[in-house]
Write a protein of this length. Structure first.
Length: 392
């Protein structure tokens, strides 16, 4: 089956290009013409991380003529178990720079455009507009909804992937040809309910499985071959080594791609997705203390109760001495309040302060009055109080 190619063929291939891409050119259905399409095509990869890494390498190797890379992060040690475009010597370097170098090692003829910007509703349309296909490898909900809405408004197909622990999902969203992301996921999950890879961990090699499906789909769309993954959501379980294909449909009432759209321009996606522990209407922000104030309080005559709401695996890496583990889930279920004293000051911490802000908020709602969130969590504690512990 052949879908419609979304890229016109451009200039003719040079002799060395025919040789470089010979094993593509030999495939019936790709040929010289298909390779000329790839060389003329432009793909934007949002996020030079776990999913972006294999996608970038294969798009470059395949001869995609122009590859845009969006990222504002710098390479960190915790990235290297899965983000294979970056290496040990890149730590501290902007990811776009390191990813560009990796792309050029694979194929120096690719035109790389670095977008060292955080995509937001003010710049997304301008960044995405010139590309043929968008590969979304981001790890946060506000950017996913932003990329989706911008692609719907611009009529672009967008190849989305998502990973956590041993599980991955991948699909092609393309309004007019199938559902968009919002048709299938109309509402973001409650803030904080889905752990990020930084909180929950991710099986590094899973990125190769999902990111390579994303680049496969992008290249198929550019060539106009096969059946794109529009209208199908692939769900991968690396532990069972299964790939389930779910049929997903466009929603005529979708607020962005439906027949009567209510979202006709880009919105504030951080607000739309919410912030864990954020105050509801009429509520004050949760009280907070710094890690220095926490250290002082813990050393005082009558120290507060310090509660750690992180998971067991995180506590095994680093922990504040004396902290009592009570998982965030027990705050959500209310079970935590059966054991938390009401006559003692309580300080709550997590990794960086988001989950503990939610726990603090829940404690306030449960009637606790002397409770505060430890700003910056154990990562701030390690940076400012106890550098002998291991950050993660
Ligand atoms: Zn939709």
């Amino acid at each position: 089956m052949r879908s419609e190619a979304i890229v016109e063929t451009g200039r003719q291939l040079t002799g060395p290009e025919v040789t470089r891409y010979a094993r593509h050119v030999l495939i019936p259905g790709v040929g010289i013409e298909g390779q000329e399409r790839l060389v003329a095509s432009k793909v934007l990869v949002v996020g030079a991380g776990g999913l972006g890494s294999p996608a970038l390498l294969y798009l470059a190797a395949a001869g995609v003529g122009t590859i845009g890379i969006v990222d504002t992060d710098v390479v960190e040690l915790t990235n290297l178990h899965r983000q294979v475009v970056h290496s040990d010597t890149d730590i501290g370097r902007p990811k776009t720079e390191s990813a560009e170098a990796a792309v050029h090692r694979v194929n120096p003829h690719v035109n790389v455009i670095r977008h060292d910007v955080r995509l937001d509703s003010g710049n997304a349309l301008d960044v995405i507009r010139d590309y043929d296909v968008v590969v979304d490898g981001t790890d946060n909900f506000p950017t996913r909804y932003l990329v989706n809405d911008a692609c719907v408004m611009l009529g672009k197909p967008h190849v989305w992937g998502s990973i956590l622990r041993f599980d991955g999902q991948v699909s092609v969203w393309w309004a007019g040809h199938g559902p968009c992301y919002r048709c299938v996921f109309p509402q973001p999950p409650p803030p904080g309910s889905v752990p990020s890879c930084a909180e929950g961990g991710v099986f590094g090699v899973l990125c190769a499985a999902i990111g390579s499906v994303q680049s496969t789909e992008a290249i198929k769309l550019l060539l106009g071959i096969g059946e794109p993954l529009t209208g199908r959501l692939l769900v991968h379980d690396a532990l069972r080594q299964t790939w389930d294909s779910l049929t997903v449909r466009a929603d005529p009432d979708c607020p962005v791609c439906g027949t009567h759209p209510t979202v006709t321009e880009l919105i504030d996606y951080v607000e739309f997705c919410g912030v864990p522990g954020a105050p509801a209407a009429g509520e004050e922000p949760v009280p907070s203390v710094t890690v220095h104030q926490t250290a002082e309080a813990l050393a005082a005559q009558e120290p507060p109760l310090l509660v750690d709401v992180r998971g067991e695996e995180e506590r095994a890496i680093a922990a504040i001495p004396g902290a009592v583990p009570i998982h965030l889930d027990l705050f959500r279920s209310g079970a935590a309040f059966r054991e938390l004293p009401r006559d003692r000051r309580i300080l709550i911490h997590c990794k960086v302060g988001g989950r503990s802000a939610e726990a603090t908020r829940l404690a306030l709602r449960a009637g606790y009055t002397d409770v505060a969130n430890v700003e910056g969590g154990i990562i701030a504690w390690i940076e400012q109080i106890d550098p002998t512990q291991t950050p993660y």
